[in-house]
Design a protein around this ligand. Structure first.
Ligand code: SF4
Length: 123
């Protein structure tokens, strides 16, 4: 655990709260608008945002590898254990924060599993 709170300060709707700098942040999901600003500001790379619509899920998470993927690319969708679970489409690459933040689209059945991508080799 890293004692820090930039997510609390950056959230425009005050959806993230902490009683103490050493606490785990609490998110009020009724307030959260899904803007994803907290994702890129977190030094611990600990925040991701999942949105589900119809049969698809969009997952936004920090990405610290280069080169950055390109919007429209199809990549491997990887779970917490590093296993490829399917494919993902790159929907957005945001370099507004120091850490790049990417949004991928996957089948909604993978919404709570996919937390990283792996670029496909086309040798
Ligand atoms: S996604 Fe946006 S609204 Fe939701 S907790 Fe993060 S900064 Fe706040």
């Amino acid at each position: 655990m890293i004692p820090c709170n930039p997510c609390v300060a950056i959230c425009p709707v005050h959806a993230i709260t902490m009683n103490d700098i050493n606490d785990t942040p609490a998110v009020d999901f009724e307030k959260c608008t899904g803007c994803t600003r907290c994702v890129g500001i977190c030094p611990g790379l600990a925040i991701f945002v999942v949105k589900i619509k119809d049969e698809k899920a969009s997952i936004t998470f920090p990405y610290e590898f280069l080169p950055l993927p390109t919007v429209g690319n199809i990549v491997h969708a990887v779970d917490r254990e590093g296993k490829t679970r399917g494919t993902a489409k790159i929907m957005k690459v945001n370099t507004r924060a120091k850490t790049a933040v990417i949004t991928v689209e996957v089948d909604k059945t993978l919404a709570m599993d996919i937390r990283m991508i792996k670029v496909m080799n086309h040798d």
